[in-house]
Design a protein around this ligand. Structure first.
Ligand SMILES: NC(=O)C1=CN([C@@H]2O[C@H](COP(=O)(O)OP(=O)(O)OC[C@H]3O[C@@H](n4cnc5c(N)ncnc54)[C@H](OP(=O)(O)O)[C@@H]3O)[C@@H](O)[C@H]2O)C=CC1
Ligand SMILES: Nc1nc(=O)c2c([nH]1)NC[C@@H]1CN(c3ccc(C(=O)N[C@@H](CCC(=O)O)C(=O)O)cc3)C=[N+]21
Length: 296
């Protein structure tokens, strides 16, 4: 038996179509156009590609995209001044500061200077606290995309054993909160976890967010489990550059019930959820009904 492949690319196209339809209505009925500002500091090539893709997809769904590219030497004061300006700009409903930032900048300070209502990444401490207490928040895009795919595939997640490998603030921890919110029994594993293989084998839902190419082999996967591979790792194979996840796909696909591929799994959903969050932020800012099915 081979696992069902969860097509994140197709799923994301569907989410973007829903966002586009809602944006068109907002324009027609309310005369509003949601706007997303993306701030990139430095010249990291991978980040430049992501930011460019975000800009293209933002315009495709009918939103305004504002791109701010700053030099790697930008001072903290200048970056904070730009964020203050974006916070005060009524045309900007969402603000994303691409991470990681250059080392001389304090990313916690920078993120916490974003207006929480415009924090479409869901990284501000207010949004982290709201999510952790089950209140209405802006939810981080990558975990939100994973949750949408899990609900679509499994229906109810209630009572299932979920294991999240990775405890970062941007993926692992918020993912665990969302799974807990859907009544999973949640285990968060990390680099100090004892017998990770055994922990993973208990998972009905296994989420890998580690950043180590193909580290989770098929024999760590419970037969029939749903595997969500968040990892994006660029490797060299047969003299060619290749993108692989944190899960060893070929061996896991033979055991799992369903699995997301890399590329074409979680990645496209992350950008689709960023657009969904920007739409949600715009609706909330204007006291309008929120899009259904696009929030946690
Ligand atoms: N698809 C998408 O849209 C996105 C993909 N990513 C990708 O997801 C991956 C994770 O990203 P991110 O969360 O930012 O990464 P971080 O480096 O911030 O966190 C990695 C986590 O993995 C844990 N870890 C490291 N080595 C091991 C190990 N041998 N065994 C068990 N756990 C381990 C670390 O544990 P400890 O805390 O103990 O150090 C840490 O908690 C990356 O490949 C990244 O590129 C990220 C964001 C979005
Ligand atoms: N403030 C902030 N928010 C983020 O959400 C954020 C960030 N910083 N920094 C970097 C990570 C990484 N990330 C990805 C988004 C899309 C793909 C994606 O679309 N991947 C495609 C492949 C793209 C390719 O070919 O390179 C896929 O998996 O199919 C991947 C990774 C968002 N991140």
């Amino acid at each position: 038996m081979s696992a069902k492949i969860i097509d994140g690319k197709a799923f994301a196209a569907n989410v973007r179509a829903q966002v586009a339809a809602h944006v068109a209505r907002l324009k027609e009925v309310n005369g509003l156009t949601p706007g997303l500002a993306v701030v990139l500091v430095g010249e990291d090539p991978a980040s430049q590609v992501y930011v460019k893709n975000k800009g293209i997809q933002t315009r495709e769904v009918g939103m305004n995209s504002y791109e701010h590219k700053l030099s790697a030497e930008t001072s903290e004061a200048d970056l904070l001044a730009l964020i203050a300006k974006l916070n005060a700009d009524p045309a900007v409903h969402g603000i994303l500061v691409q991470l990681p930032l250059p080392k001389h900048l304090d990313s916690d300070l920078v993120i916490n200077s974003i207006d929480p209502a415009k924090d479409v990444d869901g990284f501000h401490i207010s949004n982290v606290g709201l999510l952790g207490t089950g209140q209405k928040a802006m939810v981080p895009c990558t975990p939100l995309g994973c949750l949408m795919m899990l609900r679509d595939h499994l229906g109810s997640l209630s009572g299932l054993n979920a294991v999240v490998v990775g405890r970062s603030n941007i993926v692992g921890k918020p993912m665990a909160q969302l799974l807990l919110g859907d009544s999973c029994t949640v285990t968060i594993a990390h680099s100090r976890t004892k017998d990770l293989a055994e922990v993973c084998r208990r998972a009905d839902i296994l989420v890998a967010a580690v950043g180590r190419p193909e580290m989770i082999p098929g024999d760590w996967v419970k037969p029939g489990a749903t595997v969500i591979d968040v990892g994006i790792n660029r490797i060299e194979r047969d003299g060619k550059g290749k993108l692989v996840g944190d899960v060893h796909f070929e061996s896991a696909v033979a055991v799992a019930g369903a699995i997301t591929p890399v590329p074409g799994g979680v990645g496209p959903m992350t950008i689709a959820c960023l657009l969904a969050n920007t739409l949600t932020a715009c609706c909330r800012a204007h006291g309008l009904a929120e899009p259904e099915g696009l929030t946690a």
